[in-house]
Every structure is written in C-alpha cells, then in structure tokens.
Design a protein around this ligand. Structure first.
Ligand SMILES: Nc1ncnc2c1ncn2[C@@H]1O[C@H](COP(=O)(O)OP(=O)(O)OP(=O)(O)O)[C@@H](O)[C@H]1O
Length: 312
C-alpha cells in the first residue's frame, strides 16, 4: 500500500470577514485529518459546520488562514495538485444547452483529453453513471438525480486518484441516491480515494470506512467507522428459523452466565429506505422492462445554473 497520504490536512484554520461584525467568522478551527489511498472518508456535520470550507481549502479554492493541505504529498495551493483530483460541488451547474455527451467532452478537453481517448472516456463515463440513453439530451431537461450523476461523470472523466464529493446526493430521491452510492462503492473497489461530506448519516455509514465528525468548525471525533459505531460491551446474535424452545434455551444459558445480561430479542428490522427501494424495484419490474425506467420517470427540473456560467 502506498505510504503517501492521499489527503493530509494539518491544523487547518479558515476565517471569513463578517460584513456585520468586527470579529471574523471562524469556519474551520484547527482541523487535522489524514486519508490514505483507497479509503472512503466521510466528513459529517450539521449545516454551517465547516465541511464545504474544508473541502474548498483542500481543492486550493480558498487559501487557509493557518495550517496547510496536501494532496498526494503536494501542497494544495499548487495548481499541479489538482491534476489528481475530481470534484463534484454541492450544486453543480452546467451549460443547459449542451447535451450530456457534449458536457463530458467539454470537461474532458479541459483536462487535456483528446481524440480516441476522449471518446472512450466519455462512453465509459456515460455507461458508469447509467446515462447512455440520455447522452444526446440537453442538460436543461435533466432531473436533479441525472444532474448529480453527470456531475459525478465530469469529476471522474480524467481518471483522478482522489474524488471529492460535496453532498453528492443532495436533493436526489432514494433510487437516485442508491445509484450514486453504488458508484461510490464502485470507485472504492477500483482503489480510488473518496472524500465526501454529507449530513445524511445513514448514507455515510453505508459507503465510508473512515468518518470524521465536524461541529462548529472543530473535528470532534474521527476514526474507522467500525470502531466508532461498535458497542464494545454487547454481542449481536442473529438466528434464522429458531424454534421457541431453542430461543428459551439460549436465554437460559445467558441467564446462567456470570455478568451477562439479556437485553433484547426480536425480529431484525429493515430500514425505511431499504423498504422504499425494494418497493420501487418491484413496481419497476412489474411496469417496465427497461433498466432505465428510474431515469425516465424522474421529473425534469430546472438546473440551478445561470446561462453561460460554468463550474471551475
Ligand atoms: N465565503 C464566505 N464568507 C463568509 N462566511 C462564510 C463563507 N463561506 C462559508 N462561510 C461561513 O462559514 C461557516 C461554515 O460554512 P460551510 O459552508 O463550510 O459549512 P457546511 O458544513 O458545508 O454547511 P452546509 O451543510 O450547509 O453546506 C458558516 O458559518 C458559513 O456561513
């Protein structure tokens, strides 16, 4: 495994001048974190806790008040460090009059791709984000979920080693969110490092192996997800087809053991989200054989972009 961290943030502080007060707003307060290559790190925190500011400093879009950020060993204030990064902003905006395919070609060219390689990457990305059928449609008619997916494709077009995703599923319905989460898992399997921020905890729990909790600009907790959420003094047993007699015996054994305390027995529950997705999948199968039905039923929404604006 590579020794150089994909991301190294050292004592990052970022203050903004406040137009109404003499004092400054300290958006990020002494944050340090390290993400090793291949990890999926989720930064979670409430609105205004400093997640986006941390990401922008890592991208070199904001200069730190104090501290420093490194991407694969390079200071993030150096332009070269961005060659390794793909970025999906919280509200990506695109030229509405371009089709999905033209949009990806545009970004691919900005990243230096040309000719056969560019065409191959565009085809591959369209396929990866399940937008091949919609590639000729104008972005202005894309739904929110489709916009997020084309944004993800844009972030991946140059095959970056680090992908930074700011609220990747914001405003996307559960089916669309699932597709985006599957893509993140796919990136992890391919060894891409992912740094994402979100306040949707369940989603973070599903895809991240490391988590940091940021609150009022301070990183209050971080570590391996498994370690953070484990309840050290409890053991979970899940049994299929157990008879009442077997369960009664199990309880009796536990009651006999020194210090052990029986806490709960019952049916494991699915999450509301899984239930929703399962129902959506079943109705989808009943009504429409096409695998892209989820895309076609999404209502087109207005892109948040102003005509002519383009994300940096
Ligand atoms: N350019 C700016 N000028 C002044 N204050 C800013 C600026 N950018 C962010 N802030 C302030 O810094 C703090 C952290 O903002 P930030 O956008 O990083 O939070 P966040 O955790 O990403 O929030 P959200 O979940 O709502 O996106 C907030 O108080 C915000 O108002």
């Amino acid at each position: 495994m590579e020794d150089t961290p994909a991301v190294q943030i050292n004592h990052l502080v970022k203050e903004f001048a406040s137009p109404f007060r003499k004092s400054k707003v300290r958006a990020v307060d002494d944050v340090s974190l390290t993400i090793m290559p291949g990890e999926v790190y989720g930064l979670i925190g409430p609105n205004g806790s400093g997640k986006s500011t941390t990401m922008k400093a890592l991208l070199g879009l904001l200069s730190p008040t104090a501290g420093s950020c490194y991407v694969f060993g390079q200071n993030s204030m150096r332009t070269d460090s961005r060659q390794e990064i793909g970025f999906l902003p919280e509200n990506p905006y695109f030229y509405k009059h371009l089709s999905g395919e033209e949009t990806l070609k545009f970004y691919g060219k900005l990243c230096g791709l040309r000719g056969k390689l560019l065409k191959e990457r565009v085809d591959e990305m369209m396929d990866l984000v399940s937008l091949t059928d919609a590639r000729k449609r104008r972005i202005g008619g894309y739904s929110k979920g489709m916009l997020q997916r084309i944004g993800l494709a844009q972030a991946l077009i140059h095959d970056p080693r680090l992908v930074i995703l700011d609220e990747p599923t914001a405003g996307v319905d559960p089916v669309g969110s699932r597709q985006i989460r599957d893509l993140i898992v796919n990136l992890k399997e391919r060894g891409v490092t992912v740094f994402l921020c979100s306040h949707l905890l369940e989603q973070v729990q599903e895809v991240c192996d490391h988590v940091g909790i940021i609150f009022k600009g301070k990183l209050v907790k971080q570590g391996r997800l498994e370690d953070l959420i484990a309840i050290e003094d409890q053991t979970e047993i899940v049994v299929r087809n157990a008879t009442p007699r077997a369960l009664a015996r199990l309880r009796a054994v536990i009651a006999d053991s020194e210090n052990a305390e029986f806490i709960r027995m019952g049916k494991p529950r699915t999450t509301l989200e899984r239930l929703f997705l399962e129902e959506a999948r079943l109705s989808d199968e009943e009504s429409e054989p096409s695998s892209d039905a989820a895309v076609s039923v999404e209502e087109p929404v207005e892109s948040t972009s102003k005509e002519g604006e383009q994300d940096a």
